[in-house]
Design a protein around this ligand. Structure first.
Ligand SMILES: Nc1nc2c(c(=O)[nH]1)N[C@H]1C(S)=C(S)[C@@H](COP(=O)(O)OP(=O)(O)OC[C@H]3O[C@@H](n4cnc5c(=O)[nH]c(N)nc54)[C@H](O)[C@@H]3O)O[C@H]1N2
Ligand SMILES: Nc1nc2c(c(=O)[nH]1)N[C@H]1C(S)=C(S)[C@@H](COP(=O)(O)OP(=O)(O)OC[C@H]3O[C@@H](n4cnc5c(=O)[nH]c(N)nc54)[C@H](O)[C@@H]3O)O[C@H]1N2
Ligand code: SF4
Ligand SMILES: [Mo]
Length: 750
């Protein structure tokens, strides 16, 4: 794909998926892989005992379609990972780091799979090859030269398998720190915090079967057509079973309007399925106001009609109801409605749907979590479900839809900067050492600490820390201050190019790669968004003999670092079943791990919120009181979200189109309400500067082309990571420290 084509803006389509998605997916993969190799992996993709899709964490249904149990973006994820092109030593000899920095993220990704460990020596201009042994020795030396283990930070991105994640956190804690920031900090951390406090488990409560049985599904701040495409077939089935669907989202997302399932005739030949029965385009970050308005109205209606609330559930299973109700009644309905930007009649339609139904599921994505009040957003969702008794029973509950394919599993394995006491006690009992007890750094804390030179070594297990993090220039400075940055990666990315005084790239296998040890193929395990643990096994030849499997990489770093070692790392990587035995001993819910994971469907982890046995300290589901945000915008200010295009997976750019929003050949765009475009004297395609002034620091990005769009007045949308320089490091959600990348105040300059 050429990058020099002109940006073009068209009317967005009226439905998502359909046969077009199939053709685009196949075109994508055949461009970079042979047809034979493509089908070798696609035939196994998301099949029982096959390759788990490296895309999102959406679960697999019990019955798998033989036509293919995957979506367009799953195919793109495979093409990105398994492409035949390689970026080996010759590539790095040809291109200096300075030259690579001038290239786009899209170009970097197109250069192919990393094949050799590479090092950047202080003062060099290029990366050069290094052996694994030497690379591990350097890491060991740098880590052991620190004054204190807390001067190192160990990042994880959510593709890492359970086995690799478990070993990684064990190594890091044996080394002596809880500095385990992870991508979750920027993602569903607000969900984890809010759900642990209110219902006792930081994960969602529902299964796919619940979605099929729900009467009402509320979808807040999520764009499934792009980010969890197979969710649309699940919603289609739920609708056929009689469910109503409501989307609550400032942007009109095509996939939430109409879906054409390429696997059935109606999707291929007909008009497809209408997904949303009601679409509420509220203003950015006014979900708390909307939820409060809805709950106030439910209380008003319950005066005449008490059975619309589940008083048995409220009395028997919850705490804090009276305080919650008392605070809610202090709010003025008019004020709440005005803030949402919605007509009261639209809100009444939502209240009608909720009042008449008992089995309600709330799904959500980044549109709720990435705000200063991200935790409050989710706590208000829980308040609504609790009023209705819509949790802990069939067809009802919480459904935070996770991002990376194993982000939830990584947390279960102990990748957490604030580990539970239970985990630390178990580690101590099983491994004969006392793990550090004090909390470590989350992503934003780690950036601040690197900037202050309190953290000097950064190791990344997957991911692209620089581009994913907020405040890009500040984060770049922070990484450059480190003495060593080392990334375990499958593909080249910007974090390799903005680095510490010494830098390492350690090439890793991905999901699709086959790993054979002593003549035996090894599988690893993952946990999906609904708490099902299952195996995944690669089928393709890795891109080079120097590419290593993640658990092996971790074990070898541990061996080169730890002086008083209590773990037989070689034994563990001899057969990954040995790692699973240790996981079983350490983490609750993994009894008979090696046996149960061999079942074709895997197994479900225990979930108290699913069964109504809440594991909060008071054993109740807790109502909470959440404040309404007080700030208002200046008259010339906008509130901006950063979001994903259809052609990207986070910082990996698959292509330059966002066809569901009608944008082609460009990513430097800003979506703006039609009237705002006109009132600011702008036209489609005009290039503008976006800037803001948090903490008296001007942050700015230039050259964003205006796209008039169906989004409320005063709201803007840009793509992540291009707009990340505008997200201040200190603008984070209370309690979860998640960057507020969905509500950033900005002004515009022509
Ligand atoms: N193809 C593909 N798949 C992916 C990813 C990817 O980048 N590409 N990323 C993966 C990851 S890590 C994650 S976390 C998920 C992310 O999946 P999503 O959560 O769907 O991510 P976003 O694209 O950030 O979209 C968030 C949605 O929230 C809406 N929104 C923004 N602000 C608000 C608000 O204030 N209120 C409400 N109600 N809505 C709001 C936006 O309009 C948008 O529709 O997807 C995963 N899957
Ligand atoms: N402004 C803004 N910022 C955001 C967001 C937003 O919505 N807006 N979203 C946030 C969210 S939800 C998330 S989850 C983060 C994502 O943050 P990250 O997880 O750090 O980013 P990714 O883009 O997923 O990481 C891609 C890189 O991972 C490596 N990789 C891929 N597969 C593998 C593998 O199997 N093994 C190994 N070792 N490496 C692999 C490749 O080298 C690739 O370049 O970004 C966050 N940042
Ligand atoms: S919905 Fe997610 S997990 Fe399923 S095939 Fe698509 S990208 Fe992969
Ligand atoms: Mo995420």
């Amino acid at each position: 794909m050429k990058e020099d084509k002109q940006l073009s803006i068209k009317t967005p389509p009226s439905s998502a998926a359909g046969m077009k998605a199939v053709t685009i997916a196949l075109k994508n993969i055949f461009k970079v892989m042979s047809v034979r190799k493509s089908f070798k992996v696609l035939n196994k993709l998301n099949q029982k005992e096959g390759v788990d899709c490296p895309g999102c964490a959406w679960p697999d249904p019990k019955h798998r379609s033989k036509l293919g149990e995957y979506c367009e973006n799953g195919v793109k994820a495979i093409a990105e990972e398994a492409m035949e092109q390689v970026a080996g030593p010759a590539f790095f000899e040809k291109h200096s780091i300075e030259e690579l920095r001038s290239k786009s993220d899209f170009w970097l990704g197109q250069q192919g799979r990393l094949t050799h460990p590479m090092i950047f020596h202080p003062g060099a201009t290029h990366y050069s090859p290094i052996s694994w042994d030497e690379a591990n020795t350097i890491i060991g030396k740098e880590l052991n030269a620190l004054n204190n283990p807390n001067e190192a930070a160990f990042y994880t991105s959510g593709r890492t398998s359970n086995e690799a994640a478990f070993l990684y956190q064990l190594f890091v804690r044996m080394f002596g720190t809880n500095n385990l920031p992870d991508c979750s900090n920027m993602c569903h951390e607000s969900s984890g915090v809010a759900l642990s406090k209110t219902v006792g488990i930081g994960k969602g409560s529902v299964t796919l079967d619940d979605l099929y049985k729900a009467e009402l599904i509320l979808i807040f701040g999520q764009n499934p057509a792009t980010n969890h495409p197979r969710m649309l077939s699940c919603l289609e089935e739920a609708k056929q079973n009689g469910a109503k669907v409501v989307s609550i989202n400032p942007m009109k997302e095509v996939g939430l309007v109409r879906f054409k399932n390429p696997q059935n005739l109606r999707g291929v030949m007909g008009n497809g399925t209408e997904i949303s029965d009601l679409y509420l385009q509220l203003r950015i970050n006014e979900d708390v106001a909307l939820l409060k308005a809805v709950m106030l109205k439910l209380f008003q209606r319950a005066e005449a009609n008490p059975e619309i609330l589940d008083s048995d559930f409220i009395q028997g299973k919850t705490a804090g109801f009276e305080e919650f109700k008392a605070e809610l009644l202090t709010h003025q309905l008019d004020e709440l409605v005005t803030r949402t930007g919605l007509a009261e009649s639209e809100i009444d339609k939502l209240v009608d749907l909720i009042a008449e139904r008992k089995k309600i599921i709330a799904c959500w994505g980044m549109g709720l979590t990435q705000h200063v009040n991200g935790v409050d957003n989710i706590q208000e969702v829980v308040n609504l479900l609790l009023m209705k008794g819509s949790i802990g029973k069939e067809g009802a509950g919480t459904c935070p839809v996770r991002g990376h394919s194993n982000v939830q599993g990584d947390r279960t394995m102990g990748i957490a900067e604030r580990p539970s006491k239970e985990l630390l006690d178990k580690i101590s009992e099983n491994f004969g050492f006392t793990p550090p007890q004090e909390h470590g750094y989350s992503v934003v804390d780690a950036i601040a600490a690197m900037h202050e030179e309190k953290v000097k070594v950064f190791i990344g297990m997957g991911g692209n820390f620089l581009s994913a993090a907020p405040d890009t220039y500040f984060t770049a400075d922070a990484l450059e201050k480190c003495s060593l940055t080392a990334h375990i990666s499958t593909k080249l990315n910007r974090s390799h190019l903005t680095h510490g005084k010494t830098a390492l790239i350690l090439p890793s296998m991905g999901r699709t790669d086959r790993y054979v040890k002593n003549g035996k193929s090894q599988f690893v395990t993952v946990e999906n968004s609904m708490g099902v643990v299952h195996s995944t096994q690669g089928v393709l030849q890795p891109p080079s003999e120097f590419v290593e499997s993640e658990p092996v990489i971790v074990a070898n770093i541990a061996k080169a670092t730890l002086t008083q070692d209590k773990v037989d790392w070689d034994f563990l990587i001899e057969d990954y079943g040995n790692i699973r035995d240790l996981i079983e001993k350490t983490i609750a819910g993994f009894e008979n791990y090696n046996e149960r994971v061999k079942q074709p469907l895997g197994f479900e982890l225990p979930n108290g919120a699913r069964t109504g046995d809440f594991t909060t300290p008071n054993k109740k589901a807790n109502f909470t009181v959440n404040q309404l945000r007080k700030d208002t915008l200046d008259t010339d200010e906008f509130i901006m979200m950063t979001t994903r295009s259809h052609d990207q997976f986070n910082t990996t750019i698959y292509g330059l189109d966002d066809r569901y929003r009608g944008v082609y050949n460009g990513r430097m765009v800003v979506f703006m309400n039609h009237e705002d475009v006109k009132n600011n004297g702008l036209n489609q395609g005009d290039k503008i500067t976006l800037y803001n002034n948090y903490g008296n620091t001007e942050r700015m990005v230039e050259g964003f082309a205006v796209v008039p769009y169906n989004i409320p007045k005063g709201c803007l949308a840009t793509y992540f990571p291009e707009a990340n320089p505008l997200v201040p490091l200190e603008l984070t959600a209370h309690s979860s420290h998640t960057p507020s990348s969905k509500s950033v105040r900005v002004k515009i300059r022509v």
